[in-house]
Design a protein around this ligand. Structure first.
Ligand code: FAD
Length: 409
């Protein structure tokens, strides 16, 4: 039987922030775009819903109206008994505020913007790449074959699509796991995100990661915990138990109501074996673009999606290779340093004093905040930029030792 085929310029697998950002940009630039999303419009995504100023900047670039999001002035960092409440750094390059925008609503706004831009959105339809002689020529989705000049893989944490393309995560690189739920709180409209950096598992071992309270401004707070795979005992770490014990710590301060839904966990991929090939590119989580220092991935999804679309509009034939090179220049050094850093803090005897240092004075805590949020301004790097430069060099030299001495997971 002959399967009918359609031709488009760009086929996109996945309608999260990465896929929709690519769709908005490509469709606004005049390309014929089709987006396949296996879930329904308005689907939820397990996430902390936190947007750094960098992510707000990316949403501004896409001309997304943020009126529905809760505006955030900065971050409260807690390490043991030390508490530092800081406003986001003023960089001149990014906005001076972040936001919390529950993913059900953020992603629906992005999906609607993509449709408005002219992209055809196909929901509740799983798509897989069609590979012909080593080249991706489009996607197969349900009973349809859609041929495309460029296929953009925006399918989130690597799964079936990544396996077909050899784009799985790199086995010995770190990754993260995190869990979240929502709870009612009178402090739902707080102007600061809160991050508790001194999490401990049930054996009292320091956990590299953090517990968060991200006030959503809608009567609830997004409460969650995340951990890096570099910690000792990671394989046995029970995220539900970790979340319960974190809840116990913040319960009174936030006057929390019961969980609004069952806590749900998901993966945070931080590497990818490949992020392009003939006829395709991977963006967002599918390319392993998550910041190991704070678990942030929405911004990287938006930025990589826009970049892939812009390069396609410029020259479809060179887009995949140029995409890979530019993503490399923009993010690789930072994310590599983050991954090396996560080997280091996998050791509790380094993590504990490191934490004390990171919040020891306001000046140092400001650097921690700028570095963690990748808010370092390349043109006027300042102290945070110098710290990143030094960390890149120092951890680069130490890399083989870090890997050899990594904590047993
Ligand atoms: C618990 C947790 C907390 C987090 N907190 C934050 C935070 O506060 N701030 C932040 O910036 N980041 C956070 N992240 C990371 C963030 O959620 C991701 O980086 C972000 O969602 C990546 O966007 P994406 O578009 O690449 O992928 P996704 O948002 O995962 O979207 C991928 C889409 O592809 C669809 N799909 C998959 N396969 C197919 C297929 N074959 N066919 C069709 N559709 C398909 C999926 O249904 C999904 O809708 C968190 C992650 C976790 C797990």
């Amino acid at each position: 039987m002959n399967v009918p085929s359609t031709r488009v310029d760009v086929a996109i697998i996945g309608a999260g922030p990465a896929g929709t950002a690519a769709a908005i940009r490509a469709a606004r630039g005049g390309a014929k775009v089709m987006v396949f999303e296996k879930a329904a419009h308005g689907r939820d995504k397990v996430c902390g819903d936190g947007l750094t100023p960098r992510a707000v900047g990316a949403l501004n670039d896409l001309e997304i109206n943020l009126a529905d999001a809760h505006r955030i002035k900065g971050l409260r960092m807690i390490a043991g008994t030390k508490v530092r409440e800081l406003d986001w750094p003023k960089t001149g390059r990014f906005p001076d505020h972040g936001a919390v925008w529950p993913r059900r609503r953020l992603d629906a706004a992005l999906m609607d913007a993509a449709a408005e831009a002219g992209a055809e959105m196909v929901y509740e339809t799983e798509a897989l790449p069609i590979i012909d002689n080593g080249r991706v020529i489009g996607v197969e989705a349900g009973s349809r074959r859609v041929l495309a000049d460029l296929t953009i893989v925006a399918a989130g944490a690597q799964g079936a699509v990544a396996r077909m393309l050899g784009a799985d995560r790199v086995a010995d690189e770190p990754f993260g796991l995190a869990i979240r739920t929502y709870a009612a709180t009178p402090r739902h409209a707080d102007a600061h995100l809160e991050a508790c950096l001194s999490l401990k598992d049930k054996h009292g071992t320091a956990v590299p990661g953090y517990g968060w309270m991200f006030p959503a401004g809608d009567g609830t707070v997004n409460i969650g915990v995340g951990a890096l795979s570099t910690m000792k005992g990671f394989k046995k770490l029970n995220l539900n138990t970790l979340l319960e014990s974190y809840r116990g710590l913040v319960q009174d301060d936030w006057d929390l109501g019961p969980n609004e839904e069952r806590p749900r966990a998901w993966r945070l991929p931080m590497s990818s074996q490949r992020r392009h090939g003939p006829g395709w590119v991977a963006i967002g989580d599918a390319a392993g673009l998550i910041n190991p220092m704070n678990g942030e991935g929405i911004d990287y999804g938006l930025e990589s999606g826009m970049l892939a679309a812009d390069l396609f509009l410029d020259d479809p034939s060179t887009a995949p290779a140029r995409y890979d090179a530019i993503i490399g220049e923009r993010f690789d050094a930072f994310l590599r340093t983050g991954r090396r850093f996560s080997f280091l803090i996998g050791h509790p005897w380094i993590l504990r004093p490191g934490l004390q240092l990171s919040v020891s004075t306001n000046a140092i805590a400001n650097i921690t905040l700028a570095v963690m949020g990748n808010l370092v301004d390349n043109t006027t790097p300042g102290a945070a930029g110098r710290v990143m430069w030094l960390a890149d060099k120092g951890l680069g030299v130490a890399d083989p030792v870090l890997r050899k001495t990594r904590a047993k997971t």
